[in-house]
Write a protein that binds this ligand. Sequence first.
Ligand code: ITT
Length: 204
Amino acid sequence: MNIIIATHNQGKVREMNFLFKEFIPQTYNINLLSLNDNNYSCIPEIVEDGNSFKANAIKKATLTANYTEQIVIADDSGLVVDALNGEPGIFSSRYAGENATDEGNIEKLLEKLNNVPKDFRTAHFVCVIAIAAPDNLIGTFEGKCYGMIGTEIKGNNGFGYDPVFIRTDSGKTFAELPHDVKNKISHRARAFEKASATIEKYIK
Ligand code: ITT
């Protein structure tokens, strides 16, 4: 059975593949596809104009499900920094501008936090997973993961803001942690864990 992950972000695709293996029994024989696959490259770009992670996740899931006539899982996620009143939030992927790179976004974040002392650099990631079938929003599931923003980039794993997001328990950034460790504790893992029973119900 095909399930489409409604994303162009290869970092999310890698983590979703891992989470499927972790939480969904292999016996279901799922074929995970994404919007980077050839069959779906013609889907019109979805404008993320919602005012919350949940609204954007629902929009990505429902429009993609209607377009492809398949079961779709969408992930809208981002980094919420307390000292910046919640920025970059839903604008995480385009913090440094419309065609921003991960490096550009991190640079802007570190500049904005330049004078903020360590104890005030608290932040959390949010992930909302929305599951949809054609003409049917099946559900939404939220996960959060708390940490601190460092002062320099560290590590090569992961994607996005991982090189500056420090987990206080290990003192390591998400980009320094092995991917199986991040994928047990991340916002995405927590959302996926909540979503897994519903996903199983629809693939049975
Ligand atoms: P799609 O909309 O195609 O899924 P996107 O990257 O634009 O891709 P979002 O709008 O949900 O997706 O933005 C998510 C951004 O939040 C992402 O680009 C990263 O900058 C950041 N982010 C989310 N999860 C992250 C994680 O696990 N580690 C690091 N950064 C993350």
